[in-house]
Design a protein around this ligand. Structure first.
Ligand SMILES: [Zn+2]
Ligand SMILES: [Zn+2]
Length: 278
């Protein structure tokens, strides 16, 4: 059946006004001809399924005229709930960030307080914190874990080791040392930065406990908690530093002194072993 020029037909479902006489028709934009008329239901369905992002205002995709969309009045309660909803959505990210920062701050503060009590002794630590001003407590206590972690990033061992290598140990270089790369300590886990970072953090935060323990073990005659912890901490750092420098240096020497065997020698050694085994 050929379409009459005056006959309405919907550009969404292609039905004419004769297919469903009771349907509500719209001509919502400037379009003429085959895209002039559309069912109200069809246009609403089309907008709901096509426009994933609710753009304002909604426009006809052909003539770009904005549709006049009127929402029914829902009363002051719904209006205020919408304002609350929008506000909460807007401040959500900042709230989360604030909570995270707050949690980190209070964790650092608690850690600082525990450390003060641990290092100075229960009675002295409590007295010191009660005597201090609130500003000092609120800024000083959270600074304790931060300083411990920063202190751990100072790699004084490496400096000592480099000095030692410069003074006492000269590796054999190839004739043309343009291509020479310094040996890598064999036990260093390369490409495992995360592992190293977590090890560093753990070491930094465990340090006060280790210092107190070392102090108790090595300096039982010192009565002051603080002095004992300071002595223990210094002894631990020194001992660990010496061991670490020694260990790294030994790894370096081991790596630099490696030899690669001739294939013939390996074969001969295996033949010999088998021969003597049989
Ligand atoms: Zn339709
Ligand atoms: Zn249009």
């Amino acid at each position: 059946m050929a379409l009459q020029p005056s006959e309405k037909h919907c550009w969404v479902c292609f039905a004419t006004e004769w297919d469903d006489p009771s349907a509500e028709w719209l001509s919502p934009c400037r379009c003429r001809g085959s895209t002039k008329w559309v069912h109200l239901i069809c246009l609403q369905y089309w907008l709901d399924t096509r426009l994933r992002v609710s753009q304002q205002p909604i426009r006809c995709q052909l003539c770009e005229v904005a549709y006049s969309v009127i929402f029914p009045q829902m009363g002051p309660l719904v209006d205020s709930l919408r304002v609350v909803d929008r506000t909460l959505t807007a401040i959500g990210p900042y709230g989360t960030l604030g909570l995270l920062v707050g949690t980190a701050y209070w964790t650092a503060l608690s850690y600082g307080a525990v450390t003060v009590v641990q290092v100075m002794g229960r009675a002295n630590g409590m007295t010191a914190m009660q005597g201090a001003s609130p500003v000092l407590l609120l800024s000083g206590l959270p600074a304790i874990p931060v300083l411990l972690i920063l202190g751990k990033t100072v790699r004084w061992n490496d400096c000592v080791m480099k000095l030692w290598q410069k003074c006492c140990y000269e590796p054999k270089l190839p004739p043309d040392n343009r291509w020479y790369l310094p040996p890598i300590p064999v036990d260093e886990p390369r490409g495992k930065r995360q592992f190293l970072t977590s090890r560093m953090l753990c070491g930094a935060l465990m340090f006060p406990s280790i210092a107190v323990l070392t102090g108790r073990l090595l300096f039982p005659s010192v009565t002051s908690h603080l002095q004992r912890a300071l002595l223990g901490g210094s002894a631990y750092i020194l001992l660990k530093g010496v061991l670490k420098v020694y260990f790294t240096q030994q790894l370096f020497i081991m790596h630099a002194g490696r030899r690669i065997l001739n294939y013939g020698d390996v074969q001969r050694a295996e033949c010999h072993r088998h021969g003597s085994g049989n």
